[in-house]
Design a protein around this ligand. Structure first.
Ligand SMILES: NC(=O)C1=CN([C@@H]2O[C@H](COP(=O)(O)OP(=O)(O)OC[C@H]3O[C@@H](n4cnc5c(N)ncnc54)[C@H](O)[C@@H]3O)[C@@H](O)[C@H]2O)[C@H](O)CC1
Length: 504
């Protein structure tokens, strides 16, 4: 997992390390020197050497500027020509500027910096204008230089994060766009949250000796996905591998039924029962799908129901049966629309690790009776609120896909995928994928993060305008490749003896 922390946790860890340094008789400034050393190494790597190269350091008076200026001093000693431009009226970080000038660097005003960039005489811009202290957006000199860098295509290496972004948020503001970012001790939330993450380029974490608490955000990697996927063993059969039931689709939206079933069938489950009203559409394409009633270890409801006045009754029945029989329940699309009516309903429902909601931002806004803009401004806060209110695990779908478990502080982010998956039908397929993983025995949080990661990885490996059904059909080769790696684990599926009886 990639781990990321909030600014308050990072600052606390920095303070504690600086106190430890001082207690052992060493200067607290050693921490900044560790950061500067890592930056200088990354710059030399990016430039393929030192002598003859030219770097423009952008710095303010804060710690981010200090890191960049001290790195500049180190680069000067490796033969790099380093100039520094102050991006705020408060000037440059005092200790950093002193070190840079002492090493033979020089400062330039905005006009000269612009001219150097426009003439292509800068091999790399080291962006130390704003770091974790940045409030979002750029003004004055920093704003002007960001515009020139973008226009001239200058190569930018960001110190900690591209200036203008906010460390604890994935929201975009006027900012630099980096090809590479070097951060310290741990990732910041911004490095894992779209759309801002796309401005960070390749992110590297330099070890500067910080002792950090449990992460606030965990980014799934390919190895995490491979380890989570259920793999059948030699004694398995269709029931032991898990049965997923889908009550999805309608006469108006039969395609949603087919797409969900395609997702489920191609992820790797023992049996798929289709229990909605579009059975003919489904079985015409997939004869392996069973339409008879029977036990299911996971039930998927809601995709393509359309406006359904009967939704609350259908949900209540699903709550009672899945709760009593120990099955997992996934609510998507129109089932989510019916959920607010049941917020105080006494019908027992599955525990949070067996109950998964899969809203996009608009659906989450409706679950909370808020505006979509609110959800997009604070996706993690909104997903947390919904998880608590409904006592369920929430997979918030979008450019970054978050998994929030009620009462659990850490939030998971699925593997990122290309924006091509933002198309009609992707959510229906994803519901089927996650349902299949729930039936295979994964707790809701893992099923959500693994399902969203699997679909994103399929899209990343087959880029372009691939329809959701095409990507669903790519899943078997992906699952096979991931699970054939040495060390792939066998996870027990739900047994055939438990599970809700479901069907007409
Ligand atoms: N302390 C250490 O030893 C280490 C620090 N590291 C680096 O330090 C920065 C954090 O430094 P800090 O001084 O707290 O914040 P910034 O450098 O980001 O600058 C804050 C400065 O800027 C002003 N400001 C904030 N937002 C804006 C804005 N939108 N426009 C203009 N000005 C703005 C604000 O008022 C402050 O004056 C961290 O990122 C690291 O790079 C290292 O971690 C090593 C150890």
């Amino acid at each position: 997992m990639l781990v990321a922390h909030r600014v308050d946790h990072i600052r606390a860890a920095e303070e504690s390390e600086m106190a430890a340094l001082e207690a052992s008789g060493r200067p607290a400034g050693e921490l900044m020197q560790r950061a500067a050393a890592a930056l200088a190494t990354a710059v030399l790597d990016e430039l393929g050497g030192g002598y003859g190269r030219s770097v423009l350091v952008l710095a303010n008076s804060g710690g981010n500027g200090g890191d960049a200026l001290h790195a500049g001093a180190r680069l000067l000693r490796r033969g790099v020509a380093v100039r520094a431009c102050a991006t705020s009226s408060q000037g440059l970080h005092r200790g950093g500027a002193h070190a840079l000038l002492a090493a033979g660097g020089r400062t330039v005003e905005l006009g000269e910096a612009e001219a150097l960039l426009q003439a292509g005489r800068v091999d790399l811009v080291l962006d130390g204008a704003l770091g974790i202290g940045g409030r979002g957006g750029l003004t004055g000199t920093a704003s002007r230089l960001a515009e020139v860098c973008a226009r001239t295509g200058a190569r930018v290496l960001a110190v900690d994060l591209p200036s203008g972004l906010v460390a604890d948020s994935g929201a975009v503001h006027e900012s630099f766009t980096a090809t590479r970012t070097v951060t310290f001790g741990t990732r910041r939330l911004v490095h894992l949250q779209q759309p801002a993450a796309s401005r960070c380029g390749r992110v590297e974490v330099a070890d500067i000796g910080l002792r950090l608490p449990e992460p606030d955000l965990r980014g799934w990697e390919v190895a995490d996905l491979a380890a989570a996927l259920p793999v059948p063993g030699p004694t398995d059969h269709k029931y032991s591998r898990g049965v997923v039931g889908l009550d999805t689709g309608s006469a108006q939206y039969p395609g949603a039924a087919l797409l969900g079933v395609l997702g489920a069938v191609h992820t790797g489950v023992g049996m798929v029962r289709y229990l909605g009203s579009a059975a003919e559409t489904v079985t015409a394409r997939l004869p392996n799908v069973v339409t008879a009633a029977g036990r299911v270890q996971a039930l998927v409801l809601g995709s393509g129901w359309g406006a359904d006045e009967d939704g609350p009754r259908r949900l209540r029945e699903a709550f009672a049966r899945t709760h009593d029989e120990g099955s997992a329940l996934l609510l998507d699309a129109d089932a989510l629309a019916a959920l607010p009516a049941l917020v105080e309903d006494p019908t027992p429902r599955p525990a949070p690790d067996r109950l998964l909601l899969t809203p996009h931002a608009g659906e989450l806004a409706r679950l909370l009776d808020r505006d979509r803009d609110d959800v997009e401004t604070d996706p993690l806060g909104a997903a947390r609120e919904a998880a608590t209110r409904y006592g369920a695990t929430v997979l918030l779908k979008g450019a970054s896909q978050y998994v929030v478990r009620p009462g659990v502080d850490v939030v998971d982010v699925a593997l990122p995928g290309p924006a091509w998956t933002g198309q009609a039908g992707s959510g229906d397929v994803l519901a089927g994928i996650c349902g299949s993983l729930l039936a295979g025995g994964l707790p809701a949080g893992d099923a959500a993060a693994a399902g969203a990661s699997l679909q994103a990885l399929a899209a990343a490996r087959h880029p372009g305008p691939q329809p959701p059904q095409t990507l669903a059909e790519r899943l078997p080769e992906l699952v096979a490749g991931l699970t054939s790696a040495p060390g792939a684990t066998r996870r027990r599926a739900g047994t055939a003896e438990v599970g809700a009886q479901w069907g007409p």
